[in-house]
Design a protein around this ligand. Structure first.
Ligand code: ADP
Length: 805
């Protein structure tokens, strides 16, 4: 609130000067006055306004003498509270003479449990028997019972009989006398702080657990504070149940007693989880001992209690001994971890824990002092509550610290992943540039060499470079997936064409290996669809290529089917092979990055282990699914389903009839000439320039080259070209800057000339990117001759292009 006003104030003051600064100050003073006035009114009302008189029925500790007579006739005279120090199970009869000033409606209130009877002279006026309880097991808890008196009882003998059922001890709790509300007030007084403190603490710990559960859910990481909050909730509930106020409020005698003991026994478990987590499982064994003891205690004692053999109360010493043992273990481990092993990363937890231990010691001291001095300070459980507040407070601070660290670490990791992806992207860009040169020059050799041997070498170079290009493309894709930049570009496409192209390429590889390729396409499927054609090609090609790679004999079957639902088609692709199959334990691994399986057998098969990872990611990015069924040694079936949008209901029929029209008329570079046309080629790499110039020279075009953006701009001032091929990545002025400068340049003779980007950045959505940057098209490196020629035919003036029949 303060910061908010300060910031707002300053910014307003900056805008409006001294006047607004003054008004903000006045406003702030007014708010403060309102708050102070409200608080003063509250205090005034509390002190001055008349009381309702509910508690006018006064009560006080009954300080009359009681007499206990044992079996030998020895008498003990005492005042309650008092411990007669009897053996458990002994019947107790104590008597007192009631005072003379009793009024009708006065009460005398005893704290007792199990069973008791109250008699005036020989007449019974009240009795209680705990065995009527519905809870299994022995009854344990003491409770306050107000017994109604009347004027007639004044001066008569009141007899209290306890333990007739053979189960009591000589502990005589404080006894009050007076009006009913007064008696209740006396009972509640002193325990009310404990009760209220416990309620507030349980609210605080439940809220803390809920908040950090939500944060854990968001961060997908469990925050250990949740365990601590659970532990604190258990203790606060126990303190609540243990206070007599609970009984007065809920009028329940049995549940609180049993539950309090159960909670005490379970109490250490959440703390074990918390400290184990915070201390990074360094003291796992010690903590597991606590857990085992706690659970064993809980199980054994609960069975004994429920079976009625021993009550929890009988076993209180045992429960307390174990609780103290747990605390000692927690303490020793904390001291060892922090002071001896020097693990100082959670100093706030240590402060909180030692703070709590200190308050627990204070509590114990208070109890001892109370017992020794018979003083009655009404602070039972208050110190332990303060200790728990301290622990919770410091643990929250620590958790917030850890959260901030986690946030910083996540950001760092994200930055590292980004850097890695950028590095991979840059690397693959850098590698594509020389591949461009190798493939281009090799293309020249393939065209011009006459010797068979040289041609054979060149074909090998071509195949190896294509392989290398595939690997670079895979790495680029993978880096995009890792940095979350995988884009799905949705366009209309012809599924028939896609199947034809993909199977055409794979069928050659299958044939070379002597494998049969069966293709089954449901003729009833619609074929004009909307989706990312390029990515679907990539998916089917990857799976089919793998089937060919990992199958030595037999056949491969591609099935394409679809499930139509309105305008949606679930495209179902399955590829089965009779290959080596995948072991069951390897199935999960094959979709993980850089994982290859069955390596011994596949030593000779090239691969990076990226194909299926990329495929899976692309499928999932399209909201599809991929799965595999495989039998080792027999074969595998990969099944993919991807939702697509249907553009038209026309059926696909025979997919082969969808052979791409342009394929039939595919123009070869040898079939095109443009001697009248002029082209400007701009690239900072001399080899790239040479490759392009040589390819273009085949068309007899007039080729001018430039090695920088600046030089290209000068050439554009000198002459009008029919087409410009401009490299994107160049030092000083890159392609995009050159296009921009060219479009704005005075005296540019190439204002209407189409400019085509040359790029080694095989980025998805490249077309849109370059069109937006002012280019008219783009060619990705390595520039393949058919693609180059297609681009030339598309952009050169028709009258300058001669297509040889
Ligand atoms: P790569 O083929 O480059 O090694 P992939 O990610 O495509 O990487 O495949 C991962 C692994 O899955 C392969 O190394 C191979 O062991 C196994 N695999 C993939 N497809 C098949 C298949 N059809 N039959 C048998 N094993 C396969």
């Amino acid at each position: 609130m303060k910061t908010y006003f300060a910031e707002r104030g300053e910014s307003l003051a900056n805008n409006n000067g001294d006047g607004s600064r003054l008004s903000i100050r006045i406003f702030r003073i007014l708010i403060n006055i309102c708050f102070v006035f409200t608080i003063l009114c509250g205090i005034y009302g509390f002190v001055v306004s008349p009381h309702m008189g509910l508690f006018d029925q006064k009560a006080h500790l009954y300080d009359g003498d009681w007499v206990y007579e044992d079996e030998q006739g020895n008498q003990t005279v005492f005042k309650m509270p008092y411990d007669l120090k009897l053996q458990p199970g002994q019947k107790i009869i104590v008597k007192t003479t009631l005072p003379e000033d009793i009024n009708d409606g006065d009460y005398i209130c005893f704290s007792t449990g199990k069973d008791f009877r109250v008699l005036i002279d020989d007449e019974e006026i009240f009795s209680f028997e705990a065995s009527t309880s519905k809870m299994p097991g022995k009854i344990v808890k003491a409770v306050y019972f107000p017994v109604r008196l009347c004027k007639d009882y004044a001066g008569r003998t009141l007899t209290l009989v306890k333990g007739e059922k053979g189960d009591s001890n000589g502990n005589m709790h404080a006894c009050y006398i007076g009006g009913l509300l007064g008696v209740m007030r006396e009972v509640a007084d002193g325990r009310a702080i404990q009760f209220l403190g416990a309620i507030l603490l349980s609210i605080a710990s439940i809220v803390t657990a809920a908040v950090f559960l939500y944060i854990s859910f968001n961060n997908r990481k469990v925050m250990p504070l949740i365990y601590l909050a659970q532990g604190v909730t258990i203790i606060s509930l126990w303190i609540m149940f243990d206070s007599f106020v609970f009984q007065l409020m809920f009028d329940n005698y049995f549940v609180d007693g049993v539950l309090a003991y159960m909670l005490v026994m379970l109490m250490p478990i959440p703390f074990v989880y918390y400290f184990n987590n915070v201390q990074n499982y360094r003291h796992y064994k010690a903590y597991m001992c606590i857990n085992i003891m706690a659970i064993a205690n809980y199980a054994v004692l609960t069975v004994l209690h429920m079976a009625g053999i021993h009550s929890y109360e009988d076993m209180l010493v045992h429960i307390n001994a174990f609780t103290i043992l747990y605390i000692v273990i927690f303490f020793v481990v904390a001291v060892k971890d922090y002071f001896i092993d020097g693990n100082k990363e959670h100093v706030r937890v240590i402060i909180g824990f030692f703070g709590m231990c200190f308050m627990a010691i204070v509590e114990v001291c208070v109890v001892i002092v109370k017992t020794l001095t018979h003083l009655t300070f009404k602070v039972d459980g208050v110190f332990i509550l303060i200790g728990l507040y301290i622990l919770l407070f410091f643990a929250i601070l620590d958790q917030i610290d850890s959260l901030n660290e986690l946030k910083a670490a996540t950001q760092e990791a994200m930055a590292a992943t980004r850097a890695k992806s950028e590095f991979l992207a840059n690397m693959s860009h850098e590698i594509r540039t020389p591949i461009n040169a190798i493939m281009g020059m090799n293309e020249m050799i393939l065209r011009e060499a006459k010797q068979d041997k040289v041609l054979e070498y060149a074909r090998d170079v071509d195949s190896a470079s294509r392989n290398l290009l595939d690997i670079v493309n895979d790495i680029l894709d993978f880096s995009k997936i890792e940095s979350g930049m995988l884009e799905i570009i949705v366009e209309e496409y012809n599924l028939g064409e896609l199947i034809y192209d993909v199977t055409n390429l794979v069928s050659i590889k299958a044939r070379d290996k002597g494998l049969k390729l069966k293709i089954l396409v449901n003729p009833e499927m619609p074929y004009m669809l909307r989706g990312d054609e390029k990515r679907i090609r990539e998916i089917i090609t990857n799976i089919l290529n793998n089937a060919v790679k990992y199958t030595d004999r037999g056949s491969i079957e591609l099935k394409v089917d679809g499930d139509v639902n309105d305008d949606r088609l679930t495209l179902m692709i399955s590829v089965s092979d009779t290959g080596q199959g995948i072991r069951e334990e390897d199935i999960d691994k094959i979709f993980a990055g850089f994982e290859r399986v069955n390596i011994k057998k596949n030593k000779h098969i090239e691969g990076t282990g990226l194909g299926l990872t990329i495929t899976k990611n692309i499928v999932e990015a399209m909201d599809g699914t991929i799965g595999v069924e495989s039998e080792y040694g027999k074969g595998s079936t990969f099944s993919i389903s991807i939702p697509q949008t249907i553009i038209s209901d026309e059926r696909i029929g025979d997919y082969k009839s969808h052979k791409r029209a342009t394929k039939e008329e595919e123009i070869s570079i040898d079939d095109v000439e443009a001697p009248e046309a002029s082209v400007l080629v701009v690239d900072d790499h001399p080899i790239n320039l040479k490759v392009l110039s040589m390819l273009l020279a085949k068309t007899r075009m007039n080729v001018t080259s430039a090695t920088s953006g600046q030089e290209a701009l000068e050439r554009m001032k000198e002459q009008r070209y029919d087409i410009i091929l401009l490299d994107h990545m160049m030092p000083e002025m890159d392609g995009i800057e050159t296009v921009k400068a060219a479009r704005e340049m005075d005296g540019n003779m190439c204002e209407t000339t189409p400019i085509i980007a040359l790029t080694a950045n095989a980025i998805v959505g490249a077309k849109e990117f370059y069109l937006e940057a002012g280019f008219d098209g783009y060619l990705s490196k390595p520039v393949l001759p058919p693609v180059l020629i297609e681009t030339l035919v598309e952009h050169l003036p028709a009258d300058k292009v001669i297509i040889k029949a």
